[in-house]
Design a protein around this ligand. Sequence first.
Ligand SMILES: C[S@@+](CC[C@H](N)C(=O)[O-])C[C@H]1O[C@@H](n2cnc3c(N)ncnc32)[C@H](O)[C@@H]1O
Ligand SMILES: [Zn+2]
Length: 314
Amino acid sequence: MKKELLDILCCPRCKGKFSLRTDAMESDEIKEGALSCCGNTYKIINFIPRFINTDKYVSSFSFEWRLHKRTQLDSANINTDMAGQSRKDFEKRVDFRLSELKGKWVLDAGCGMGRFSEIAVKEGANLVAVDLSFAVDMAYENIGAAKNAHFIQADLFNLPLRENSFDFVYSFGVLHHTPDCSAAFDSIAKLVKPSGKLAIFVYSSYNKGIVYSSAFWRLFTTMMPKRLLYILSYISVPLYYFYRIPVAGNIAKMLFVIPMWKDSRWRVLDTFDWYSPKYQSKHTHWEVSDWFKKNGFKNAQIYEGEITMSAQKG
Ligand SMILES: C[S@@+](CC[C@H](N)C(=O)[O-])C[C@H]1O[C@@H](n2cnc3c(N)ncnc32)[C@H](O)[C@@H]1O
Ligand SMILES: [Zn+2]
C-alpha cells in the first residue's frame, strides 16, 4: 500500500481516519501492516489492505482472473486480433478524452485483473482499484508497480472510501454481479465529487431469448464445480465457427449464448464469466437512468447496445 492512499481511505463505520501500523516495507510500499479504527483492525497483506475476510459470492471471479490474469490486458495484446480492445471499450463508455484523467482521483469499482485500471493509470490518474475477489491481487501484479496505482480488497456495499472524493468513478460489468444492483450503484454514486462523473455498464434485459436461455443454463452451471465448468467453456472454441453460419447459427446463438470474440482465449474466459457467477441481473435503460437521477446526476449519456450510461453529478 502506498501512503498516498490514506488521503482517500476512511473507516467504513465512523468515516474517520485510520491509524496505520507498518510491519514490513518493500520498495517504498507497505507490504504488511494494519489499519485500525472503531475497535476494528484491517490487515494489509501483500501490499493490499483487506476489508473482507472471504471472497463471498465472487469466488468464480477469483478463479477466473487467476487463470486469465493477462488475457484482456491491452499491454499483453499488442499485435494481436484484440489489440487495444480494452481501451476501445473504455473510450466508448465515456463522453470525455481519457487524457483528461491525468492527476484526477479515479475509482475502478470492481477492477477484476485491472484491464481498465491499466489504461487510467497510463493516462496519469490517481487510480484506486477495488474488488471483492482475489482478482485484486492479479491487478496488483499487473499494474502495482505504477506510483499512481492503489488497491483495496473490499465490498462495494461497505467501502472504506471518503464520500464525494472522486473526480470519476467507473464500474464496468460489475454491479449486475451483486445481490442488489441498484443498491450497489447508490454505494459508488456517493463517492463521486459534485461535478464529478460516473460511468457504468450493466447487462441488458431487452433480448428475451438471451435472458431466458441464460437463466435456464445458469440453473445448472452455477452449481457445477468451477474446474468442470471451465473445461466445458472450451465448447466456445468450435461453436464460434458454427454460430457464424447464417440462420442456423443465429438461432443456436440465442439458445446457448457465447461471446463472439475472434480470440479463442477471450471466448473461453467470457463464456465462463457468463455462466459461472452466482448473481447476474439484467436491466433496462430506464432503470439505470432512474438510478442516476435518484443520486443527483444530470445529462446522462446513453450509449447504444449494452446498457452503458455516464453522467455528471450535481
Ligand atoms: C465481470 S468482472 C469485471 C471486471 C472488470 N471490471 C473488467 O471489466 O474486466 C466483475 C468483477 O466484479 C467484482 N465484484 C462483484 N461484486 C462485487 C462487490 N460487491 N464488491 C466489489 N467487487 C465486486 C468481481 O469480483 C469481479 O472481479
Ligand atoms: Zn471508525
